[in-house]
Design a protein around this ligand. Structure first.
Ligand code: GLC
Length: 389
């Protein structure tokens, strides 16, 4: 079971984006006095923000990394669950074999570090959990994969109620905790291959409105750069890391960055039947002209931003729930992949083996149609782990 405590109905929908933008504007105007969710934060003085007034554009290293990452998949619902296994899936060695056999070049690995640390500063990471994540990162890197390890689902940090199985946190220390977690994670992983990328935070939203997020992102970059001066880091904007708030993102003055966006339009198709989005009923197909236009528009906005700001993009998440009919999922998946690749963007489909999954864990095989949509040559050579249709 999945739990979104705050604002599920707003999530990524067009109306929601517009309403959120209006809310942000109200917050920015009246921001001298904290609003109801604006709890004053302690412990930030140790983490000064890097400048974000003159982002230089991306380094050659960042552009080359983006190019090499190519096609990827999210190991979702594994370490982003409150505990590994709580959402029904663990990171198994056979999944890594399947990813390699399919020809994916990148795995995005979401991690809920915040549920595995002490309750008070310095928020020490639980060694057993950190060791377990490191073991999986090492196993992925050993197979030559790019790994985008992101910090995911710290509900108190987002201003939401904890998920079932997630611990409560001191609301005055959630920002400090976020930064101190990065101190530890960056230090632990600093010696790894440069195929390991850090992603600062998944889909900032809720109390992480654009203004606060820009500040925290700049502080987190300072933390990460202290131990990892050249590692490529993935950043994204507020409002769920979607394209419509990209213009509000203040890019830190740093060249080794990729900019991620998530794209789940049309939401009523991709999220039909998802228990964390009860407002989307099943039965919606994809993709008619109106839907295809919505899909295309977000790519245009993202590409225009990237051309102007000279940073490469990474489509970090897109995908559809298994309650949608398979033929539509295949059409949608192909459309998304073609847009991303036409614009030269690496991508990672959401996700490997849960409800949005491309892999059927019971059958120990990929869904053929989805893989054909993702990999144009699927079935010709790399289908060792695939079952026949
Ligand atoms: C976001 C969430 C993830 C969810 C997915 C699809 O990435 O972090 O947990 O499953 O979107 O809604």
């Amino acid at each position: 079971m999945r739990g979104y405590a705050w604002g599920t109905a707003w999530r990524r929908s067009w109306a929601g984006v517009a309403a959120c933008a209006a809310m942000v504007a109200v917050l920015m105007v009246g921001c001298s006095t904290p609003g109801p969710r604006e709890v004053p934060q302690l412990g930030l003085e140790a983490f000064p923000p890097v400048a974000n007034d003159k982002a230089p554009g991306a380094s050659q290293q960042a552009w080359e990394t983006a190019k090499a990452m190519g096609r990827g998949v999210n190991f979702g619902n594994m370490f982003d669950a409150p505990d590994e296994g709580l959402w029904g899936i663990k990171a198994e060695p056979e999944f890594i074999d399947a990813v390699v056999a399919a020809g994916f070049r990148t795995v995005r690995l979401p991690v809920r570090w915040s549920n595995h640390c002490g309750n008070a500063p310095p928020f020490t990471l639980e060694p057993a959990f950190a060791d377990r994540v490191e073991q999986v990162v090492d196993a992925l890197l050993a197979r030559g994969l790019y790994v985008v390890m992101d910090m995911h689902h710290d509900r108190p940090f987002e201003g939401a109620k904890p998920d079932p199985g997630e611990r409560a946190a001191d609301p005055q220390r959630v920002d400090e905790r976020f930064l101190r977690l990065w101190v530890q994670v960056a230090e632990r992983f600093k010696g790894k291959s440069d195929k390991l990328l850090f992603e600062v935070y998944n889909e900032p939203h809720g109390r992480l409105h654009a203004e606060r997020w820009n500040d925290l992102l700049a502080r987190a970059m300072g933390v990460i750069r202290a131990s990892n001066p050249d590692r490529v880091v993935v950043i994204s904007g507020a409002a769920w890391g979607g394209v419509w708030a990209l213009h509000q993102l203040r890019v830190p003055n740093d060249p080794h960055l990729l900019v991620s966006f998530h794209h789940y339009e049309p939401m009523d198709f991709t999220h039909q039947g998802a228990d964390w989005h009860p407002e989307y009923a099943v039965g919606v197909t994809c993709c008619d002209a109106g839907q295809a236009k919505k899909v295309a528009q977000a790519f245009e906005v993202a590409k225009a931003w990237s051309d102007k700001r000279r940073y490469p993009l990474f489509l970090g998440e897109f995908g559809s729930h298994d309650k949608a009919e398979m033929a539509s999922r295949e059409t949608y998946t192909r459309l998304m992949r073609e847009h991303a690749e036409r614009h030269g963007m690496p991508w990672a489909v959401w996700e490997f083996g849960s409800s949005f999954g491309v892999y059927d864990r019971q059958a120990k095989a990929y869904h053929q149609g989805l893989m054909k949509a993702l990999m144009p040559t699927w079935g010709q050579s790399e289908s060792l782990t695939a079952k026949s249709p």
